[in-house]
Design a protein. Structure first.
Length: 196
């Protein structure tokens, strides 16, 4: 009877220790601007174009067990709209006008839920997630598929998504009195690096 009691106590202590370790593995990371790269690619009736985001903000909270990502509890990501730069002042000005940056200075993504995490190794996983993307004050649900790579105290997320600007009530920018018109569809390519 005494041995059984000792066994129950040992098992109980082990379970408490196990769950305590799991809770302690929930970690928060913040985006690192200098290591991240977010580009918007599009077309026009003259040539293709590209804009790079220079100012990013964001945090993610994850659970890691045995150096493997098992859960994403939170992922918030922000692009400062007027940090989008093409290298051409006129195009940038028209982009800010189309995005209504005077009223809506930020483009945001907020994770709602993760549908699947598929890890091919302890350091690399493919994520399928749902979230909300808000552009120029219009909020829409969006599905994202991206890769997550874990390296010590750093997590990088890499992927892309395409959508039509008109979905977000954004009128495709024009230039030179309307002689240059941009296509409605754009593609966002991202590699965002989060560190502790």
């Amino acid at each position: 009877m005494k041995n059984a009691k000792n066994l129950y106590l040992a098992l109980g202590s082990t379970m408490i220790l196990f769950f305590s370790c799991q809770v302690s593995l929930a970690q928060t990371f913040k985006i690192t601007n200098s290591s991240s790269d977010v580009k918007v690619e599009g077309t026009s009736n003259v040539h293709d174009w590209e804009i790079t985001a220079e100012e990013l903000q964001g945090t993610m909270s994850v659970e890691i067990i045995d150096e493997q990502l098992v859960k994403i509890e939170k992922l918030d990501f922000t692009v400062i709209a007027e940090s989008l730069k093409s290298g051409k002042g006129g195009m940038d000005k028209n982009t800010y006008k189309a995005l209504k940056t005077d009223k809506f200075p930020k483009i945001t993504y907020n994770l709602v839920k993760v549908d699947n995490i598929d890890c091919t190794s302890s350091s690399k996983c493919k994520i399928i997630a749902k979230g909300y993307l808000t552009i120029a004050g219009t909020k829409k649900s969006i599905d994202l598929v991206f890769d997550a790579k874990i390296n010590d105290d750093e997590i990088s997320l890499t992927g892309s998504t395409s959508f039509k600007m008109s979905t977000y009530n954004v009128e495709p920018p024009t230039a030179l009195f309307g002689t240059i018109t941009t296509g409605d569809e754009v593609k966002i390519k991202f590699k965002t690096v989060f560190t502790k």
